[in-house]
Design a protein around this ligand. Structure first.
Ligand SMILES: [Zn+2]
Ligand SMILES: [Zn+2]
Length: 143
């Protein structure tokens, strides 16, 4: 009666995978979450990917929404990854959503969670400079 073991393992791995993906989507959604109110979470950090410009700036979710609308981008495109919007400095469509490290204020572009090949068990918000991850900190606290 060992026959069902493989199926059991398969199911367990499948469940883990699904749980991982759900967790991924939840944390990804949190980055865009507008559920907050007084927490000041209405600011997004954008980083210009134009090498000549390379400036970071902050806009509100509302402004970002407007930029997306004027660009004619649809939400499905956003699901595929960060859609570049107009940089407020060089006026090129090269600014993408970035993370600002709460520790060292380094601004970086998080790895695209939709790229399954690159999916690791690391957090996308980990700062490449000081290796600090706010999500990881939250996880530690909630445990
Ligand atoms: Zn720019
Ligand atoms: Zn940092």
């Amino acid at each position: 009666m060992q026959l069902s073991n493989n199926a059991k393992i398969g199911a367990a791995v499948g469940c883990l995978l699904v749980a991982g993906i759900i967790l991924y989507f939840t944390t990804f959604k949190d980055m865009f979450g507008s559920s907050g109110g007084a927490s000041g979470s209405d600011r997004m950090v954008l980083l210009c990917t134009n090498p000549k410009c390379d400036k970071a700036f902050k806009i509100s979710y509302d402004d970002y929404g407007k930029l997306m609308q004027t660009d004619g981008a649809n939400p499905m495109m956003m699901m595929m990854g960060p859609t570049p919007v107009n940089c407020k400095f060089c006026n090129q469509k090269t600014a993408v959503i970035a993370n600002e490290c709460p520790k060292c204020q380094n601004v970086f572009i998080p790895p695209n969670p939709m790229m399954m090949g690159q999916q690791s068990n690391d957090y996308t918000d980990r700062c490449p400079e000081c290796k600090f991850s706010p999500i990881e900190e939250e996880m530690k606290k909630s445990k």
